[in-house]
Write a protein that binds this ligand. Structure first.
Ligand SMILES: Cc1cc2nc3c(=O)[nH]c(=O)nc-3n(C[C@H](O)[C@H](O)[C@H](O)COP(=O)(O)OP(=O)(O)OC[C@H]3O[C@@H](n4cnc5c(N)ncnc54)[C@H](O)[C@@H]3O)c2cc1C
Length: 420
């Protein structure tokens, strides 16, 4: 097994974030190795809802939400579940999440997310080229649904943020929804069309395409599991993997929810939690949707993927590597039947993936001040598919000492490590 050269850049993790970063760094003229313990795109990037929500910049913790948490937790079919044995581990993160729901912090997080999300279509077009972009990405619009006529406190804040960011949207009455989506159930009271949002028809094929581009453009993709990162004298880093040792001038950790355990031995204690989400893939489903539908109250949505109708979402706290809870798939089906009572189709897959989440929903992107040859691109939470292209650009700007495409401060990991 050849060693990666010392002046090279190594990216750990070939999810959507590591793949976009890998391509961006190769295009900046770097020698890049991407180490992936499994298949590229087999983590959270595999089975998500695929939304490229360029006009959505809502942190997950919002004013008024804390009040809803006990109800969510008491309902076994609710949008959030904490596995009882894992509750003591999740509690410190949940407390930080609740603190991040203060209005001043929400405004700051929304600004940071807006900067990363707003140009995602252009970012993917640049990464993929026109043909693959046309095959994989749809700027279709996305509809959000509600079952209650009243506006909740967090809905009101979401509306204020849309107004602040000048987001174009259209209110939809129950009748308008029935016309757009024949067969929609009577529980639905109203909706909102976010006209600029869109989706990928296949997160799986998107990551495969990016991996192909990375290799074609000179990147070195290896199936290796990084076991340990070791800072060395002279500023470079060493890596011990399951099959070899490597030296590198720069190491980028983009290992999603698994990043936490790689970073802890280096005394980098990020409050990174696996917000596990599920999907249920239906084949031969007669429901035809021209665009995805999201239901924030139930924490799930429908995306018309090329493999079938994908019902995805909900959050489970159980640790990154715990086995999936099988009934989460059934719960998604039941939610789906509430919205479309005649929902049919064969279940071809129940899937679970760990969202790599930081309490304020803003990813950590940049150098580690006390190990300058170590960089992070982690914590994209619910928004990795939309945030990856701009994150990759920002990371490359930082490593290449170029003027940053977006202000890097909101993403600096010092906000967690207490060093300015
Ligand atoms: C149900 C669900 C729905 C979602 N919907 C959306 C959506 O609609 N829009 C959106 O923008 N986002 C969505 N997300 C979030 C999105 O999927 C994530 O933010 C994104 O995939 C994170 O990408 P990542 O590259 O950071 O992590 P991952 O995709 O998890 O990639 C990390 C990679 O690192 C590898 N790795 C880990 N440890 C090591 C190691 N030691 N050595 C080598 N390799 C390693 C893993 O194998 C993995 O491939 C959703 C997530 C879920 C679960």
């Amino acid at each position: 097994m050849a060693h990666v050269q010392q002046q090279a850049t190594i990216v750990i993790g070939a999810g959507i974030v590591g793949l976009c970063a890998g391509i961006s760094l190769v295009r900046a003229g770097r020698k890049v190795s991407l180490l992936e313990m499994s298949e590229p795109g087999s983590g959270a990037s595999f089975g998500n809802s695929g939304l490229i929500s360029v006009d959505t910049a809502l942190p997950m913790a919002m004013p008024g939400m804390l009040r809803q948490v006990p109800g969510w937790l008491a309902d076994p079919a609710g949008p959030v579940r904490v596995r009882p044995a894992y509750a003591p581990h999740a509690l410190p993160w949940l407390l930080r999440w609740a603190a991040a729901g203060r209005m001043d912090r929400v405004l700051a997080s929304a600004q940071a997310l807006r900067a990363l999300h707003k140009d995602a279509f252009e970012g993917y077009r640049e990464l993929l080229g026109a043909q693959l972009y046309g095959e994989l990405i749809r700027a279709s619009g996305v509809v959000q649904l509600w079952e209650t006529p009243e506006e909740s406190r967090s809905d009101a804040v979401a509306r204020e943020l849309r107004e602040l960011h000048g987001v174009k949207c259209e209110k939809l009455s129950a009748d308008a929804l029935r016309e757009m989506f024949p067969g929609i159930g009577p529980v639905v009271t109203h909706g909102l069309l976010l006209t600029r949002n869109g989706y990928t028809v296949s997160p799986r094929r998107l990551t495969k395409a990016l991996a192909g581009i990375f290799v074609r453009e000179g990147g070195d993709l290896r199936c290796e599991r990084v076991l340990k990162i070791l800072p060395r004298e002279g500023g470079h880093m060493s890596l011990i993997t399951n099959v070899g040792n490597h030296a590198a001038g720069t190491v980028v950790v983009a290992a999603g929810a698994w990043s936490k355990s790689l970073l802890e031995p280096l005394r980098i204690r990020l409050p990174l939690e696996a917000e596990r989400g599920y999907h249920l893939l239906l084949a031969d489903c007669e429901l035809e949707l021209k665009m995805p539908i999201m239901h924030r109250g139930r924490g799930f949505g429908f995306t018309p993927m090329e493999e079938g109708m994908c019902l995805a979402g909900t959050v489970e706290f159980a640790g990154v590597d715990a086995p999936p809870t099988e009934d989460r798939g059934l719960i998604l089906r039941r939610h789906g039947e509430k919205i479309f009572p005649k929902l049919n189709g064969r279940t071809t897959r129940v899937w679970m993936g760990p969202r790599p989440s930081l309490p304020d929903s803003v990813p950590a992107i940049g150098r580690v001040a006390f190990h300058p040859s170590l960089c992070l691109a982690v914590g994209h939470g619910h928004y990795g598919m939309v945030g990856a292209p701009a994150s990759a650009r920002l990371l490359t700007d930082i490593l290449e000492s170029r003027p940053p495409s977006v202000d890097p401060k909101p993403y600096a990991l010092e906000r967690f490590l207490g060093r300015a």
